[in-house]
Write a protein that binds this ligand. Structure first.
Ligand code: DP6
Length: 358
């Protein structure tokens, strides 16, 4: 009810896109600051269909910070990532207000508590990672509310590493940076989504279950036990990043597809090399991988590429001209094999939407 009494300037709403990693982030060089061992690059989906939307209100009458996710109130005190974002944005707000010679409390309202409401516009049950988009929307909204200028991807990174990439659209690189305080570990747009409009993504939800080992814990276990991870960071990712950015610039689907699939495979090889091993793919994911290779071979042309993050759901890249054939084949073969066939998404360009399929 407090919201009804607020001025417009006391309440802001921001949305942010879900991002799909092509060059994967897996492993931190600093857990406290969420600094990655390697740079990564993602493709960010069009927000019309997959986004997190966050509304934040502030008032002098609020007595504590509160947050609701999809309508359900969550603990704030014990949420160290959320606390880190709030602390950092308030610190920046104070710093900038002092620089502008403003009255800190009056202009930035840094001392006031916030009420945050965040929603996804896709079913949470779909099992698609939403925390990256959620933290990005949260940080963008806090930045506006507290009048913080400049790059905020470093603040989003404090919430969840991959969230920094959701602060921008199109193809986005998270540059690992070299400074120990993490100030140069930020996201940068590589090219906007208008660069390659023919590129589409199909999302196949093979399971809506939450994973047994979350990314944060899983990657830390890999850092501690996988020899392959360090090899990947030192010898594989730098060349792949260069080859991928070239492929994107040249709109070379075949080169893009190969790097994309090899990256996904290496992430899951590192997971297998972790001790005890991590298994994120399920049997349907494995069948999708086999299908993609068989289909590309059958076409004598690379038409589809898969990638999987730390979960069993497949992200399939196709060019627009092959979308309907691939979508109907995938649905015919795998639709009934998924946990819930209605949780099957079909993408158009960087959009994805729930759809009645043929
Ligand atoms: C496999 O960003 O969720 O999706 O920084 O601990 O919050 P934290 O991890 P998170 O890890 C994402 C891992 C990944 C690959 C990627 O998005 O690059």
């Amino acid at each position: 009810m407090d919201y009804l009494k607020l001025d417009e300037s006391d309440m802001v709403t921001f949305s942010a896109p879900v991002n799909i990693a092509i060059i994967k982030y897996w492993g931190k060089s600093c857990q406290k600051l969420n600094l990655p061992m390697n740079s990564s690059l993602s493709l960010n989906l069009n927000q019309d269909h997959l986004q997190a939307k966050t509304t934040i209100a502030t008032s002098s009458t609020f007595i504590k910070d509160r947050i609701w996710l999809n309508g359900k109130e969550q603990d704030v005190e014990g949420n160290t990532r959320l606390q880190a974002c709030l602390k950092e944005i308030r610190r920046l707000a104070r710093l900038q207000a002092v620089k502008r010679n403003e009255d800190v409390h009056r202009v930035t309202r840094c001392s006031q508590k916030v009420h945050i409401s965040s929603r996804n516009n896709f079913p949470t049950a779909a099992g698609l990672a939403s925390s990256a988009a959620g933290y990005a929307a949260l940080v963008a909204a806090l930045g506006q509310l507290y009048r913080v200028d400049g790059d905020l991807s470093g603040v989003a990174r404090c919430g969840s590493g991959s969230a920094c990439r959701s602060m921008l659209g199109g193809f986005v690189e998270w540059v690992k940076g070299g400074k120990s305080d993490g100030t140069d570990s930020i996201a940068q747009q590589f090219v906007g989504e208008e660069h390659w409009p023919e590129l589409r993504v199909l999302i196949v939800v093979t399971s809506a279950q939450t994973k047994a080992v979350g990314s944060t814990e899983g990657m830390q276990r890999s850092v501690e036990t996988s020899a392959l991870l360090q090899h990947r960071v030192d010898n594989v990712v730098p060349d792949r990043m260069k080859a991928l950015t070239d492929a994107i610039l040249n709109k070379d689907f075949s080169a893009f597809a190969e790097i994309c699939m090899k990256e996904s495979n290496q992430l899951h090889a590192v997971c297998q090399d972790t001790f005890p091993p991590l298994r994120y793919l399920n049997n349907v994911s494995e069948q999708i991988i086999r299908f993609v290779h068989a289909y590309n071979e059958h076409c004598s042309d690379t038409r589809v590429a898969y990638t999987f993050d730390a979960g069993p759901n497949a992200f399939l890249f196709v060019l627009e001209r092959h979308l309907s054939e691939v979508a109907s084949l995938i649905y015919k073969i795998f639709g009934p094999a998924t946990d819930n066939a209605t949780d099957f998404f079909r993408g158009e360009r960087f959009k994805a939407y729930q759809s009645d399929l043929p």
